[in-house]
Write a protein of this length. Structure first.
Length: 370
């Protein structure tokens, strides 16, 4: 989220490493994997099989000589290792781990695939298991052969990053909101209609943004008979047109000239927001703003099994789907969303999680890819 890079990935044949990687918690300084920006997509290569590409970001890197690799496993067996092509700046690593080069042999393993992201610390020659990702790979035979991954579990999360603090292009100190929709299109004219402690706030516009930390996972299948089925799971990033932090700490003339209610510190307390597009409420977001104008990490992401955030400027929000979510989401599979937050990530062990999961709509939309 701080340092983004899209680049070709160097790849090597599968190799076995002698020692089991240490847990991520054993590293000093702490290694934190950024869940808001991760992506992993299988890409078909016709009848030959498939490759994949990913985007990963990691905080706590020891030096610019450190390395990252992704191990692709099926049934517990290592079948491919990809060295990640990354950029490292100020202890932050960002880049991609791919198997898409023209010289790479396509893979054909389907079903549940485990992709283990392993960090190699050059200073102590030790390895650390950063993240174990799980995806479901399918192979469909219709009018053409389709390989891909079913990413139903990516719809259940919402992240917010209070960044852009030093931008000079009018995006100064505005948050980014990360959501996933089962649709290949951006919502039209998306806005947040919010209340703060019950008081209605002027609608907040959302600006669609692109970058390596966004991804459209596509699974395009044409049966030999019947309608074409094109699945999308699109991680989207929006610029939220409101300022985080305290009004008096804004720069230049902004404390006096910024419209009331467009600085989060103007309205501390509990916020309830409807994400609207074309007159439909397709998501609801709940969060708490403290007296300093900072959005707080939601209570469900605390305690046992909490998902680490990069800093107190990155948070998870209480996000609920609605009866109108199917207006934009062309496929909703609540069973997959309950099983995993995204790519096999377990939900935190918090009582509120059951409330969130109970609010998921019934299964709808495109059929299971098979």
């Amino acid at each position: 989220m701080k340092c983004l890079l899209i680049a070709a990935t160097l790849v090597v044949p599968s190799v076995a490493f002698a020692d089991k990687p240490l847990p991520i918690s054993a590293h000093t300084p702490p290694l934190i994997f950024d869940e808001a920006s991760v992506s992993l997509e299988v890409v078909g290569k016709g009848s030959d099989g498939y490759g994949w590409h990913s985007h990963v970001e990691l905080k706590g890197v020891a030096s610019k000589n450190d390395r990252l690799r992704l191990e692709w496993k099926a049934g517990g067996k290592l079948i491919y290792t990809a060295k990640c092509d990354v950029s490292i700046e100020d202890g932050y690593m960002s880049g991609s781990c791919n198997n898409q080069g023209t010289s790479e042999k396509p893979l054909k393993q389907v079903g549940e695939i485990t992709a283990e992201l392993i960090y190699e610390d050059d200073s102590n020659d030790k390895e650390y298991l950063v993240r174990t990702m799980k995806i479901q790979v399918v192979h469909l035979k219709g009018q053409w052969e389709t390989w891909g991954n079913v990413a139903d579990d990516t719809l259940g999360s919402a992240f917010l990053w209070m960044g852009n603090d030093e931008a000079t292009n009018s995006t100064y100190r505005m948050p980014n909101l990360y959501l996933t929709f089962a649709n290949g299109q951006q919502p039209n004219d998306a806005t947040l209609r919010c209340t703060a402690e019950g008081k209605k706030i002027k609608d907040i516009s959302l600006g669609a943004e692109s970058g390596a930390d966004t991804e459209d996972i596509e699974l395009d299948y044409q049966p030999k008979k019947g309608e074409r089925q094109t699945h999308h799971w699109n991680r989207q990033k929006f610029l939220v047109n409101i300022y985080w932090g305290k009004r008096e700490t804004l720069k230049w003339e902004m404390p006096a000239k910024t419209e009331k209610d467009l600085v989060l510190s103007d309205n501390p307390g509990k916020w309830e927001c409807n994400l609207r597009t074309e007159g439909k409420v397709v998501r609801t977001l709940s969060f708490v703003v403290n007296k300093d104008g900072m959005i707080q990490n939601d209570e469900f992401n605390t305690g046992k099994g909490a998902i680490p955030m990069l800093s107190d400027r990155e948070v998870m929000l209480d996000m609920r789907m609605t009866k109108d979510s199917s207006f934009i989401d062309k496929r909703i599979n609540p069973a997959a969303m309950k099983k995993s937050l995204q790519y096999g990530l377990p939900w935190p062990d918090h009582p509120k999680v059951k409330q969130i999961q109970a609010s998921f709509p019934a299964k709808s939309g495109l059929p299971d890819p098979k």
